[in-house]
Ligand binder design. Structure first.
Ligand code: MEV
Length: 438
């Protein structure tokens, strides 16, 4: 039976586990063993993980795989990917090899601007608010100098502060809409600290602004927070090759492949039901690298999907066409990433992943992540429009099914061989395992 508890966060780790296993598990000892078997034997490493969040009881593992042979702007990369879905790393590796033989991926960073907003309420004359804003703008910048000093020295900082009138949508609602350059940092802490300082200055200076009436002086701050929508922090990734070079075997010509592939992209451009799944395939690649490099995949997901709806209808992130006999497949996506700060200097596997990627700048990481997304999307569309997705997917899923039925190594070897030439379905695997065991 569930029960409430107060002061849980103050309990020691072992007391927290005692409470959890006694409250929720019929076999408390067994539950405790399951929790503890994922503890790291290196106490310092375990403590590091314990302290990432509150109320840690154990670690939750994801595989960290690698996809080699990515040629990006003529430089070779092996891309680390943290993901649980069976076929993703294999698909990425396949796409990397396919494009390695056709000139690789070309990428450019289009822009790197990030956004934050102070949302506030002001009851009064807009003209007076405008005058106040013009007066207070340099003071906002000046009073945040303690926060921005280091970033400015490195070439980043506050780019602009705008006053935005949102009163047609909500009465008395205005914003300070602020743009930032945060260089190699994702910048969330930097942006939020600046915004909270702006909010303080805005509120305080309004109290003494002579043009304001007593009511106008009472600016009410609602909240100050960065936006994860970053349409001006944009990266482009592209592959291209002569159409006839697209064919790898005699089953399908390059022309036929390109035609079907472009049809599939066109469908995702106009049909939201398909676009969501199409983009999910893109995010398979993106999230896996974002996670492996210690970045915030929820922020990236939110921003990317908002971008996919920017024209009023949710649509494909990627595009494809044939131009003068050249097949082109590309994507522009917003990615706010960091290679310094946050988890990047803390998590040993994040450090390892970044080193594997030649210690990239945030701009370089944007390009690598975009490529992982485009590669994943290419691999999915290639399967979907030729063999169908299940063939490759179920082949990779075979090991999961075998593990579910506790197949031993001999059984795994025999059945992997068997399914090289037989279609993998859940039932077929169970039948084959049963036959082998009988
Ligand atoms: C599965 O994780 C991703 C796909 O559904 C993507 C797609 O349909 O394009 C295969």
């Amino acid at each position: 039976m569930s029960k409430t508890i107060s002061g849980f966060s103050k309990l020691s780790k072992s007391k927290k586990i005692d409470w959890i296993v006694d409250t929720y598990f019929s076999n408390a000892e067994d539950a405790k063993t399951k929790i503890k078997q994922y503890w790291n034997t290196n106490d310092k490493l375990q403590q590091l993980h314990d302290e990432f969040i509150e109320n840690t009881i154990t670690n939750y593992y994801l595989p960290l795989g690698v996809a080699p042979n990515f040629l990006i702007n003529d430089k070779l990369y092996t891309i680390p990917m943290a993901i649980e879905e069976s076929s993703v790393v294999a698909a990425a590796s396949k796409a990397a090899k396919f494009w390695l033989a056709r000139g690789g991926f070309k990428t450019t960073v289009i822009s790197t601007t990030k956004i934050g907003q102070v949302h506030f309420m002001y009851k009064g004359d807009f003209k007076k608010l405008e005058s106040f804003f013009n007066y207070v703008k340099p003071i906002l910048i000046q009073e945040s100098e303690a926060i921005t000093k280091n970033m400015t020295k490195r070439g980043g900082g506050i780019l602009d502060i705008e006053l935005r009138d949102k009163t047609t949508e909500i009465a008395n609602y205005y914003q300070l809409h602020v743009s930032f350059e945060t260089l190699d940092a994702m910048g969330a802490n930097f942006i939020n600290s600046c915004l909270e300082q702006f909010a303080k200055t805005l509120k305080n200076k309004a109290l003494n602004f002579d043009l304001f009436s007593e009511e106008e002086k009472q600016i009410e701050i609602v909240m100050s927070i960065l936006s994860n929508y970053v349409p001006d922090c944009l990266v482009r990734a592209e592959v291209n090759c002569p159409v006839e070079k697209l064919s790898e075997d005699s089953n399908i010509t390059g022309e036929a492949f390109a035609r079907k592939f472009i049809q599939a992209v066109n469908i995702a451009e106009i049909e939201p039901f398909r676009a969501v799944t199409h983009n999910k395939g893109v995010m398979n690649g993106i999230d896996a690298v974002v996670l492996a490099t210690g970045n915030d995949f929820r922020a990236v997901e939110a921003g990317v999907h908002a971008y996919a709806s920017r024209n009023g209808r949710y649509s494909s992130l990627s595009h494809a066409k044939i131009e003068n006999g050249i097949f082109k497949f590309w994507m522009e996506i917003p990615l706010a990433l960091g290679t310094v700060g946050g988890l990047t200097g803390l998590h040993p596997l994040v450090k390892l992943s970044l080193e594997m990627l030649h210690k990239p700048s945030a701009k370089e990481l944007m390009q690598i992540v975009a490529v992982a997304g485009l590669a994943q999307n290419f691999a999915a569309l290639r399967s979907l429009t030729t063999t169908g997705i299940q063939q490759g997917h179920m082949k990779m899923h075979l090991m999961n099914i075998l593990n579910q039925f506790e197949a031993n190594d001999i059984e795994k070897t025999a059945l992997t061989k068997h399914f090289e030439t037989n279609a993998v379905t859940h039932n077929a695997v169970i039948e084959a395992l049963k036959a082998l065991r009988d």
